[in-house]
Design a protein around this ligand. Structure first.
Ligand code: NDP
Ligand code: PYC
Length: 345
């Protein structure tokens, strides 16, 4: 049986933050990264949990992200568009800086957008969309990645795995949140299959010759496929347009040109849109939150589950019992804490 250790969420946070500090990240970068990575472990989202630490540190070591960056807010007074320049650092502290201004603006204007430029982004989007719903607002979050996905009908990497998240606030309940890659699976899942020596499910990827493959190595050398065929391909393209070109930042193929590899975390921009359900529904019959509950009850009433329910169950368990890690994962954390960037090949 695999040996395991259980840590409280606070203890895991302390360890992860200390690893980033040891690697030379300033407090604002290390704190925000630890929050999002520990949230991934807490919610049983392994593809964006502690597994991502090495990738983040590899990107620091390669000089492709600034460990001491301090994000700068351009509040653009009165405008619906709030901007934060991440200054070449990670996206997470930039988001934390911008979200209170975004929320205030969306409450005043009914709708507002937060543009993050010049950031490195490796994390799941649900922590961000949940932060928007915590403000009583509906949210959309999206960003490109790097070219690893072939457009439907194509045979070479072009689009990113381009994650897309939506959140709706619920009074007295966890929000309705979905968050997924616009590829069949996140690239992190392919890498986790490779590490575990497992074959991929059919339909996830093609090899370098454009033939279907279930071999993770061949998939990493070839291309992933969009979810839902031409529909996912179009949504992935929309994200390149809105969260790349429209905000004056890099598209996924440009990111790959810039980095020259998919072993580092991608450098690009991010778009977050916040909407006030009260403002949009003003003057119309019915309370939008109460009407949303009717819809959710009808979904659940058919035996379906709401997205993120698995995460919220995992979260409650972690909050009560702590987060369980394997001996290999604990060893990896100890090694990173002891050696800092020297642990990264
Ligand atoms: P999944 O396929 O694991 O999950 C997608 C969403 O669907 C989740 O909200 C999930 O909720 C929900 N869901 C899954 N099964 C059901 C079901 N049976 N009924 C209802 N809802 C369901 O996501 P991906 O693998 O595509 O993406 C994983 C993560 O990777 C995302 O968080 C994404 O942000 C991140 N990512 C980040 C990238 C980046 O560049 N930063 C790039 C690509 C992905 P639940 O969690 O409760 O199961
Ligand atoms: O899991 O696809 C992914 C991913 C790419 C960049 C960050 N996460």
């Amino acid at each position: 049986m695999t040996q395991t250790s259980t840590l409280t969420i606070a203890a895991l946070h302390e360890r992860v933050e200390a690893i980033f500090r040891k690697a030379g990240l300033n407090a604002v970068q290390a704190g925000a990264l630890a929050r999002v990575i520990v949230a991934g472990e807490r919610d049983a989202c392994k593809s964006h949990g502690i597994y991502r630490i090495e990738g983040a540190l590899r990107t620091v070591k390669a000089g492709k992200v600034k460990p001491d960056a301090v994000p700068v807010l351009d509040a653009n007074e009165g405008s619906a568009i709030v901007k934060v320049n991440a200054g070449g650092g990670f996206a997470n502290p930039a988001f934390e800086l911008g979200v209170p201004v975004l929320a205030a603006r969306a409450r005043t204007l009914g709708l507002a957008a937060l543009v993050i430029n010049d950031c490195t982004h490796f994390s799941a989007l649900w922590p961000e969309v949940e932060a928007v719903t915590k403000e009583g607002l509906a949210g959309l979050v999206m960003c490109p990645s790097y070219a690893t996905v072939a457009p439907t009908g194509g045979n070479r990497p072009l689009l990113g795995t381009n994650p897309f998240a939506f959140g709706w606030p619920r009074k007295g309940d966890a929000p309705y949140v979905f968050d997924f890659a616009t590829s069949v699976a996140a690239r992190g899942e392919i890498e986790l299959h490779r590490r575990a020596g497992k074959q991929l499910p059919e339909g996830w990827a093609i090899d370098a010759e454009g033939n279907p493959t279930t071999d993770p190595e061949a998939a990493l050398a070839g291309a992933m496929l969009p979810f839902g065929g031409h529909k996912g391909s179009a949504i992935g393209t929309m994200i390149e347009l809105l969260a790349g070109i429209m905000i004056g930042d890099l598209t996924s193929p440009e990111v790959l040109d810039y980095l020259g590899t998919t072993t580092l975390a991608p450098f690009h921009g991010e778009l977050i849109i916040a909407m006030s359900p009260e403002s949009f529904s003003a003057g119309r019959p019915g309370d939008p939150f109460a009407r949303a509950e009717v819809l959710f009850e009808a979904i659940v009433g058919q035996g379906a589950r709401l997205p993120s329910q698995r995460r919220f169950v995992a979260r409650r368990k972690s909050e009560a019992d702590g987060v369980t890690l394997t001996a290999a994962e604990i060893e990896q954390l100890d090694r990173l804490l002891e050696k800092g960037l020297d642990a990264i090949s």
